[in-house]
Every structure is written in structure tokens, then in C-alpha cells.
Write a protein that binds this ligand. Sequence first.
Ligand code: ZN
Length: 170
Amino acid sequence: MKPDDKSAPRFSISMFAVQCGTCFKWRVIPTQEEYETIRHTFTEDPFICEKKSGTSCEDPADIEYDNTRTWVVDKPNLPMTPSGFKRGLTVRKDFSRMDAYYTLPNGNRKVRAPAEVEKFLEENPKYKEAGVAVSDFNFATPKIMEDTIPADIEVGSSSKKRKMAKTEDE
Ligand SMILES: [Zn+2]
């Protein structure tokens, strides 16, 4: 990692969870693949507890939304990552935003923009032939929930202002 790299290695996605549309409890989804499958059709086909095997709305929540961990909320209906590729996210040091990337098959090369995906698909026609398209890659990033950001992180100028306001109160 270069010292000027804007993404911090300190935090990474450790868990996927989805909220039940009926009871609003959070359910942990064991794999990124299953999570992406649910996310892909989330608007037309909202998640309910029964979709997680052995689970019903009667069961206690798997996890609670609180600030013991930082939560980021995904956009619904993102395309499913084509087989062989892997979607990843990094968070900037100041937690101002996240960045999305895809790891390419057969190696650790990462792409961070549609133009890079297009170049890769042109250079490796076998993926195009297998039906992989640039539209399968989406670089939309989740919203970082400000109330769950670690207390020692100074997020942009707005939270500095808030901290100052807090100091004035004391
Ligand atoms: Zn439920």
C-alpha cells in the first residue's frame, strides 16, 4: 500500500446482513454470493426471514443495528458479479466515502471503472463470449451510516463542526 493511497486497510467488509421486510430484524447472510443474489432483485422481491433456511420472523434478530460496528447500506438491485470476478469495497481513511472495485479472474489485478472493465473484456474475449458484459459491473458504493463511524475518526468538515458544537456545550 502506498502512503498516499486514499483507501485504508484498517477496515474491510466482515459481514453481510439484510433486513426482513416483515419484522425488520437483521439476518446475517453467510456468503457474498448469497448476499448479491438477494440484493440483485431486492426491490421486486424483498427479503423476508423465511428466505434464510431454518429462520422465521419469530426468531430473535441475528444482529442489532448499533455502533459496535460500522454499517454501510448498499443500493438495491446491483448486478450480480459474474463468475470468476469478485466485487470489493474500501473505505477512505476519513470515512467520507467508499470505493468499489472488482478483482479480475486469474490474478489480483483490480479494476475501478467501467472503462477498465471494457478494456479487460476486449483483451480477453472469452469472457464476452461467455456472456459477461460491462453492464454486469457496477461501481455504486454503499452509504456509510454516520452514527456508526468509530468515534476516533474525523469525517470531513461537517463532523468537525459537530465536535466543535459539542465542545461548546460542555
Ligand atoms: Zn422477519
